[in-house]
Design a protein around this ligand. Structure first.
Ligand code: SF4
Length: 251
């Protein structure tokens, strides 16, 4: 079992403006299998309906936006692990599909599960402040998602088997967005992306590599809400992220 990926070409059949994108600039699409029961229809596409989904903070007409919308549509009914049965809403992510910076957290909490959007509770508001305190990005400029797309009951830590089931979705989001830099928020995100069991304390203060993309690790905003002492460390990590971004833009 895997993912059925709806290509930009398929979107064109549904009336999406894919022809605006030059053929030669379209990257090859991954070939993945179908996770949905054959009898289950796709949920209605936001593109076909002409309505922009709430999670999208930019134009739905770019190739990346269309690919992300199609990917969301294809996986949003996933039942590959037991969390599919207990969630209120599938939480795909939010932001700009053209984002140069990707923030990855652990899993939706109660507020996120209720709204179908990531980082909308107190930790999410703090993440917005952290991002915008750099004076480099607004929240809507970046893309924000989690390793798990469904809420673990009681906000417990994701189980290894849940991470294994859900990680391919995150990997495909990264493959579509192609961010210049990734910031892993907390141990679950860092460990899932780097395939390690090391703690945040051990993974901070250095650059890692995720499929050729520089990756930094910092504390999850929820940890900051519990322990004020992490604030200075997170600020230092954001300064490193901003400096690296400036450096990459200058090249
Ligand atoms: S957590 Fe991930 S793998 Fe599990 S049901 Fe939700 S989307 Fe599917």
């Amino acid at each position: 079992m895997g993912i059925r990926y709806v290509s930009a070409a398929t979107l064109a059949e549904t009336g999406a403006p894919v022809d605006a994108v030059p053929e030669k600039s379209r990257p090859p699409l991954p070939v993945l299998e179908d996770v949905r029961p054959a009898s289950k229809p796709l949920v209605s596409s936001p593109i076909v309906d002409g309505a922009k989904p709430q999670w999208l903070t930019a134009s739905p007409d770019t190739l990346r936006a269309m690919e992300l919308l199609a990917f969301d549509r294809d996986i949003c009914e996933c039942q590959n692990c037991p969390l599919g049965k207990t969630r209120k809403n599938f939480v795909f992510g939010t932001g700009n599909p053209e984002a140069e910076i990707l923030f990855v957290g652990e899993a939706p909490g109660a507020d996120e599960d209720a709204q179908g959007l990531p980082f909308v509770g107190r930790a999410g508001q703090l993440l917005t402040k952290i991002i915008e305190s750099t004076k480099t990005w607004k929240r809507g400029d970046v893309f924000i998602c989690n390793v798990l797309k469904c809420r673990p009951p009681g906000n417990r830590t994701p189980l290894p088997e849940e991470v294994e089931q859900c990680r391919p979705y995150l990997e495909e989001q990264i493959n579509i967005i192609k961010p210049k830099l990734i910031m892993a928020l907390g141990a679950s995100a860092a460990q899932a992306l780097l395939k390690t069991k090391d703690s945040v304390g051990k993974l901070r203060n250095k650059w890692h590599d995720y499929a050729g993309i520089p990756l930094r690790v910092t504390y999850h905003p929820a940890a900051l809400l519990r322990f004020d002492g992490y604030k200075k460390d997170v600020w230092e990590d954001m300064k490193e992220l901003t400096a690296k971004y400036t450096d990459l833009k200058g090249k």
